[in-house]
Design a protein around this ligand. Structure first.
Ligand code: ADP
Ligand code: MG
Length: 336
């Protein structure tokens, strides 16, 4: 006879479309019990439309059949996404100004963590300058119901939620007032079914004004990563960021300098296009490690434009991931 563990294991084969994760990873499995040889399964009904419930029911049926279970019941119980979300580390990526590569850094870190086999999500909270879906080439509209919405998977299975996925045309400008923006981002936290995640990265709006601050206050962050470029007024950017992190009692986990240099392999030389690197000074001012110095790279820019960032496989990606994990460890911040 089948055991409860075997039932749970076989539910891993029931994949929810578009988010491309199993009902187990989405933390939808509320209860599994066996009575008189009959299998009873309870799944949470959060963000699932009636069609999607039917689809999942068919998936469960197929999984049970494979296990030679002929008698089973499947019940959907109403829950809110927030009750199902179990996220270990929530990391916000911030910058003093736009265009420094905040979204690129968020995405590359997500890619690095995913390559290590983690469950990873991204909240694109830079709603007015939303670019995460473009970099990953995702265009699907998220599935959902009155109770919530599901993220959309990238090619390698990173879960993404972005305003760009919800509005009809990617080019439509989103001109919203600050309170509305904060509300939308809060909903990305409370009403999106993330399920079980190891890391949720938040691409914040640029700057250190009220909008990112409000957002950061309402989401329980583990820590913050600061992105800057050599052109940046390092002192000012870092001071403001440190201030902000202190106000919120958040740890600055590290800093990333983007567009540090341009490497010319023919002469094996690095050119500091935007002036001397300020990475070390930045790290010192923030009292946090320098996680990476990313070069200006045409291939990187092209992959962003083509929505194929996940194909980027230069060693900087892995080393960004490694130094981030080390920084987490060093900071001693506890996951949830
Ligand atoms: N290291 C880099 N090398 C080449 N191009 C880059 C690099 N970093 C960013 N870019 C380019 O700059 C654009 C803006 O980057 P993005 O991450 O969207 O900035 P931000 O989120 O800070 O506004 C990207 O679309 C990409 O084409
Ligand atoms: Mg951006």
């Amino acid at each position: 006879m089948i055991t409860e563990e075997q039932v749970r294991a076989s539910l891993r084969e029931v994949i929810v479309p578009e988010v491309e994760r199993s009902v187990v990873d989405l933390n939808l499995v509320r209860d599994v019990s066996l009575t008189d040889g009959k299998v009873n399964i309870k799944l949470g009904n959060a963000a699932l439309s009636p069609q999607l419930q039917d689809y999942i029911r068919a998936g469960v049926s197929a999984a049970m059949k494979k296990q030679k279970v002929s008698d089973f019941t499947l019940e959907f119980v109403d829950v809110k996404p927030a009750e199902l979300n179990e996220i270990r580390y929530v990391i916000a990526v911030m910058s003093g100004k736009g265009g420094v590569g905040k979204s690129v850094v968020t995405s590359l870190l997500a890619i690095a963590l995913r390559r290590k086999g983690n469950q990873v999500g991204i909240i694109d909270a830079d709603i007015t300058g939303s670019s995460i879906p473009r970099m990953f080439g995702i265009k699907n509209r998220p599935l959902g119901s009155e109770t919530g919405i599901l993220p959309v998977a990238t090619g390698t299975g990173i879960s993404v939620m972005s305003m760009n996925l919800l509005i009809a045309q990617e080019e439509s400008a989103v001109i919203w007032r600050a309170p509305l923006l904060s509300r939308a981002i809060n909903q990305f936290w409370t009403d999106v079914l993330w399920g079980k995640l190891d890391y949720l990265l938040i691409d914040l709006p640029p700057g250190t004004a009220d909008a990112p601050l409000t957002v950061m206050q309402s989401i329980p962050l583990t820590g913050v990563i600061i992105v800057s470029t050599p052109q940046g007024l390092v002192e000012m950017v870092v001071k403001k960021a440190v201030n902000m992190a202190q106000k919120m009692e958040k740890t600055i986990l590290g800093v990333v300098e983007n567009m540090s240099y341009f490497y010319v392999p023919e002469v094996d030389r690095r050119y500091e296009l935007f002036g001397r690197s300020k990475g070390k000074a930045m790290a010192k001012a923030a009292g946090a490690p320098l996680l990476a110095m990313l070069p200006v790279d045409r291939e990187l820019a092209r992959l962003c434009d083509d929505g194929e960032l996940e194909k980027y496989d230069k060693p900087v990606v892995e080393s960004l991931g490694e130094s981030f994990l080390k920084a987490l460890d060093r900071a001693g911040v506890k996951g949830q």
